[in-house]
Design a protein around this ligand. Structure first.
Ligand code: FES
Length: 234
C-alpha cells in the first residue's frame, strides 16, 4: 500500500526546528519568517526568468548573425583593392596578368580590368553608353574603362585563369572562353562572365562584392564591345 505525500516545495528551504516552533505558535515573529520565505521564492522565480530571457536573447542574436552575417572587410562586402596607380591601363591586345590591364585580387575573387582610353571599341554613341551600363563597365574621367570580373566560370563554377598567351580568359574545366572584358567568346558557358560593381573613393578602387551582375548575355554584333582576340587559344 502506497502513501501519497504532498509535493515538496523545491523553492522553500527546510524549516529549522526553531522556525517550526515559532510558525506554529503564531505571532509577529511567525509573520516575519513567512514574509522572508515568500520573498525568497519571488527572488528565485525572477532569477529563473532572467536566465531564461538572457538565453532567449542570445539564441535570437545568434540566429540573426547567421542570417545577416557582418561581412565588413570580407568577400561579400565592398572591398578596397588598391589605388588606381596599382592598375596600369592597356589595350586588350597588350593585356598581361598583374602587369597591364588585368589584375587579380584574391580577397575579392576578382579580376580588375583597366582598359586604356584608346581601346578599339565596336560601338559608339548611345549604343556604347547603354552597353557599358549593362555590363557594369565604368568609364573613368581620363577616358579609360574599368570592370571587376568575378573569377567564377558561369558554366559550372571553376575558377577561370587569365591566359597571357591567349590575351583572354580560358576555363580549364570545359573550355569556356571569355574576352578581356569578360564577354563570352566560345564554349559551353551560358553567358558572359559575371561582374561586381566597381567604384572609386578618391584614388582608391572599390570592388563591391555584395553586388553581382549575372545578366550579361552572349554578345552579338549589336552588343559586343571589343573585337575578339586574333590569337587562337588551345
Ligand atoms: S566550368 Fe568553366 S567551362 Fe565548365
Amino acid at each position: 500500500m502506497s502513501m501519497d505525500f504532498p509535493p515538496r516545495d523545491v523553492d522553500r528551504p527546510p524549516l529549522t526546528p526553531q522556525q517550526y516552533e515559532v510558525l506554529h505558535g503564531g505571532g509577529a515573529e511567525a509573520a516575519e519568517i513567512a514574509r522572508q520565505r515568500l520573498s525568497r521564492r519571488r527572488f528565485l522565480r525572477r532569477a529563473t526568468l532572467a536566465v531564461w530571457g538572457l538565453s532567449a536573447t542570445t539564441a535570437v542574436a545568434g540566429a540573426l548573425n547567421m542570417l545577416y552575417p557582418n561581412l565588413a572587410g570580407q568577400f561579400g562586402s565592398a572591398l578596397n583593392v588598391g589605388n588606381k596607380s596599382d592598375f596600369p591601363a592597356a589595350k586588350p591586345s597588350e593585356a598581361k596578368l598583374d602587369q597591364a590591364a588585368v589584375f587579380y585580387r584574391q580577397e575579392a575573387k576578382t579580376y580588375v580590368v583597366h582598359l586604356a582610353k584608346d581601346t578599339p571599341l565596336l560601338l559608339s554613341g548611345q549604343a556604347l553608353s547603354d552597353q557599358l551600363d549593362s555590363e557594369w563597365i565604368v568609364k573613368d574621367s581620363d577616358g579609360s574603362y574599368w570592370v571587376a570580373l568575378y573569377q567564377r566560370c558561369v558554366h559550372l563554377g571553376c575558377t577561370v585563369p587569365f591566359r597571357d598567351d591567349c590575351v583572354s580568359f580560358k576555363c580549364p574545366c570545359h573550355g569556356s572562353h571569355y574576352n578581356v572584358d569578360g564577354e563570352f567568346l566560345d564554349g559551353p558557358a551560358p553567358r558572359s562572365l559575371d561582374r561586381f560593381r566597381i567604384l572609386f573613393q578618391g584614388e582608391s578602387v572599390i570592388v563591391d562584392t555584395s553586388q553581382l551582375n549575372n545578366k550579361v548575355q552572349h554578345p552579338d554584333a549589336s552588343t559586343r564591345l571589343i573585337p575578339e582576340p586574333t590569337i587562337a587559344c588551345a
